[in-house]
Design a protein around this ligand. Sequence first.
Ligand code: HEM
Length: 276
Amino acid sequence: MTDKHSAEQAYSDFSKRLSYGDYLRLDMLKSAHQPITQAHDEHLFIAVHHVSEVWLELIVRELQAAMSLLEQGITDAPLKMLTRVVRAQEQLTNAWEVLKTMTPADYLQFRSAFGQASGFQSQGYRMVEFLLGNRQAVLLRPHEHRPDLHAPLLAALQSPSVYDLTLRLLSARGLPVPAEVLERDFSQKYELNEAVLAVWLTVYRDTETYWDLYELAEKLLDVEDNFRRWRFNHLTTVERTIGFKRGSGGTSGAGYLRGALETVLFPELWEVRTRL
Ligand code: HEM
């Protein structure tokens, strides 16, 4: 008699059923793992980039879904989606721990093989930045040769960011967000506005009345906090791997990435802490 908890009970004939590998298209997924050298560490390098791109794709979907609900004035479901973004960012940041096991000598074994390819050209990463509001039209350039990647990025650049939609929500609740902020040129980076800061002060001084807006603001801060951690860990990993060499994507490398640490996505949400 077989034990009722035995593996013998499991389904075994998948000739006419959808199997795990078929459902997840694992053949297709694994076929993307194509090192171009014999270097052992190139496997690690490709795997960490692939995993990161999968998380970025999930983050884009969650942000877009959250934004479409915020546009309709809904705040509860977006909070759950933004929490998922925060958790996915933690996974992205943890990936550096695996990649850090690669030394400069290991990296040099395959570095010259991939030429000018760089994460700088990651459409998924740029989409996340554009949705969050870190916008510069020049960053569209590496995607010009691929209209299918360029078009959604351009559309995101010209549309309100998650923070612009949050400010609309404040305005819809009767809080005095200036018209010039609500109707700003979305293709530009958002700059701190004193009147918006005053609105956030109202929210943070009366959290009971504005609980959902306050919760949303703190969730956005979590997202930016995690983004900063990712950037910092990327920079540290880059410095320990290539030092101050030029990046494969053509920027100054560590200097460029250090500059990006100055980025502030939601300026009033940081400043409100000083003014409270
Ligand atoms: C040892 C591994 C890595 C090195 C040496 C490295 C190096 C660099 C450098 C030097 C830059 C500046 C742009 C350039 O000129 O290339 C850059 C940008 C970038 N890298 Fe990496 N990188 C590494 C791993 C990764 C991984 C695993 C990801 C995950 C997706 C990633 C994503 C990015 C992104 C998104 C940018 C653009 C950042 C921005 O524009 O603010 N990098 N990387």
